[in-house]
Write a protein that binds this ligand. Sequence first.
Ligand SMILES: [Zn+2]
Length: 411
Amino acid sequence: MSAEYLPGIDEDQLEAKYGLPQKVVYCKKCVMSNQRPATRPEFTKKSANDIEASSFGEDGICDACKYNEYKKTIDWDDRRRQLEELCDKFRRNDGRYDVIVPGSGGKDSIFVSHMLEHEFGMNPLTVTWAPHAYTEIGRQNMEAWQRTGVDNVVFTPDPVVHAKLTRLAFLNLVNPFQPFILGQKILAARFALMYNIPFIMYGENQAESHNSLDTIQSSLMDPIHFSAEKADMELYFGGVEANDLQQYGITRKDLNPYYPPLREDIEKAGIEFHFMSHFVHWSPQQNYYYVKECSDFESNPEGRSEGTYTKYASLDDKIDGQHYYTMLAKFGQGRAMNDAIRDIRDGYITREEGVNLVNLYDEEFPKNHFQFFLDYIGITEEEYWKVIDNARSPHLWMKTNEGWKLRHPCK
Ligand SMILES: [Zn+2]
């Protein structure tokens, strides 16, 4: 093992990968560290090494907590009226669909489509980019979603191509979800064009839980940043330029589901993109309670999900656990932290409880579907750990006699 991972080394000398800040700081209000990348330009660049770290105030409070304070001043009745007006603009009374709700069948998808249908009189078409492989509970919840009374289209990309891309994304970017996320992001726009439904309602604007107000506003103004400026837009799939994928047996036509629609087509069709979290107070816990009332949605039958203390989020895909575990290796932030920062801000747990939960669960390995994941992307366990260990930034990780440890555990 190289010396850079030894404990007790002069920390200023240690490499900080991915452009992460050298000094690890935890937010004084929640438990988010400053090691979270604000942007992930992995779709248009070859490497993941050019990430702009999220900004963290001099006061030791993260931007997302500041945004959370700002959220408390929002007049939600007014926002609801705005949503009503928006729905009035797009509502169709001739039986056609009038809004697209993309989702996986998790609690957030049910929350959004149910609310639009039952509180705003809309006729949603729900669309789903299929998971890599459904878990049993994921399939049941998908059906529970449909039974709330919505039509649903599942788009399943060619599983051979998708597995190859996922493999490349794991090996090159240590982000096995990159192809999935790209496909899922553009799916709604594709269906909006196909079915002539110019209104898309997403659930949460992810930027809200990690970024500053500026970033959030720009993401609201430009939610079609995944649409292509021109047809031959250079995209990197699994960290490989499209033209270079031929060596892996992947041709341009195989990539069709992953290419964003053209911006001019989206503009011509007058498609609008919105986030439900802009219009209603958004809280994962609250959504869970809402959904338990209106559907047969079930939480994780095992009590809590691996790597965290919660039982109701990211349940549908067998490789969900790997999404969080690779984040942990790269940025020292795992699944429990991802849950705790929201629950602290929403007042469900205290910061102290959050710290304990993160230290208890964040590094727990997702072993349930591990063998499935290895088989799915066609690597050995040894190869897997080589990729994970190479992804660890020396300024975050040290190797002790008891194995890998974070140099700066959450406190
Ligand atoms: Zn914070």
